[in-house]
Write a protein that binds this ligand. Structure first.
Ligand code: HMG
Ligand code: MG
Length: 301
């Protein structure tokens, strides 16, 4: 008999990972309205934006305004991506609840993504984590390219373990393992997580699957069976990493909800409200979203 958790935390990253790769610029008030809708769906965690350089990610140049303007609903944690001290200063001024730092398992992707070696990134992130904790902000860590890199191909699990060790020792409470380009398969997820869980407890990890090849939900299932209870997803399957050529969006929150709900796993999400938020962002983006569930909305039947 396969073990499955009773409850899972769904971490919505659409306003950050989703919008960072959108060609069409969504105006600030529309983003704010969308995040406010998401705040009332039952989701307990929303990554609302990213305090990176606006030249690198132009679609999130309004990070400060978005973070300041959104309603703060009790029980919802509002997080943002932060690459360095400059980003942290802005995130703190915008009263972000939780800080998300990020680096890549592969050297080349790290260089492309943040213009730094991984060793230099460790030094920067150590300062960011330290200062965040001093400000009583929890810190979440992302490791990208865990299951494969667009430049280097396969990644050694030993490298991922080395980075986990460093980030945990710096004080992150959870590491989100990123399949940045959506190459992972359930077999690989099983192999990689089994090795990681020899060193660290499964409760300290979240999974961040992109759905480039349609394997994301299968990978979620493989992760559930190994005890993962925290998953990142993006409404409608929006998104991708601009510094990972060919990567498509995250596993869709609406498809993830369907899977978990029909498996009897609680998420706290209200389906009707989630659908309304899908409709809203679809209209603002001006195209049909990629999620399977969004195709079942009445207007497309
Ligand atoms: P850099 O050019 O090396 O920055 O970029 P720098 O430190 O040399 O500074 C250059 C200028 O940028 C300076 O201004 C700084 O003040 C300014 P100047 O003195 O020339 O006027 N600057 C900033 N301005 C605003 N906000 C900041 C900031 N930092 C410096 N935070 C940097 C380095 C990290 C800033 C840049 O490479 C960057 O912004 N990269 C972001 C890339 C990114 O957002 N990628 C996507 C997110 S990661 C992802 O999607 C993966 C994930 O989803 C998980 C997965 O799927 O695997 C998380
Ligand atoms: Mg991502």
């Amino acid at each position: 008999m396969v073990y499955l958790p009773k409850k899972v935390t769904v971490k919505e990253v659409g306003p950050r990972d989703g919008l960072q790769n959108e060609k069409k610029q969504i105006n600030t008030d529309d983003k704010v309205k969308w995040i406010n809708m998401l705040s009332h769906t039952g989701l307990s965690f929303i990554e609302v934006t990213s305090f990176v350089h606006p030249k690198w990610i132009p679609s999130l140049a309004d990070c400060f305004e978005v973070a300041k303007k959104i309603d703060r609903v009790e029980g919802v944690t509002y997080s943002a991506l932060v690459p360095n001290q400059k980003g942290l200063e802005k995130a703190l001024a915008a009263e972000i609840d939780e800080i998300a730092i990020f680096m890549s398992a592969s050297e080349t992707h790290n260089q492309h993504n943040v213009n730094r070696s991984r060793e230099d990134s460790f030094a920067i992130l150590k300062g960011v984590i330290n200062d965040s904790l001093t400000e009583n902000k929890k810190v979440r860590g992302y490791i990208s390219t865990v299951f494969g890199c667009p430049y280097e191909g396969a990644i050694e699990v030993a490298e991922v373990l080395r980075i986990c060790e460093k980030l945990f020792s710096m004080g992150v409470y959870e590491i989100s393992l990123g399949d940045t380009i959506g190459v992972a398969t359930p077999k690989q997820v099983n192999e990689v997580l089994s090795l990681i869980f020899r060193e660290f407890p499964e409760g300290q990890f979240a999974m961040h699957f992109h759905n480039t090849r349609g394997t994301a939900l299968a990978n979620v299932n493989a992760s559930l069976e190994l005890g993962i209870t925290s998953f990142d997803s993006s409404l409608g399957g929006l998104g991708g990493c601009p510094y990972a050529p060919g990567a498509s969006g995250n596993v869709a929150t609406d498809d993830l909800y369907y899977l978990l709900n029909t498996m009897g796993i609680q998420t706290g999400i209200e389906e009707k409200k989630l659908k309304a938020a899908v409709r809203y962002i679809q209209e603002k983006i001006g195209r049909r979203l990629d999620s399977h569930s969004s195709r079942l909305l009445e207007e497309f039947l």
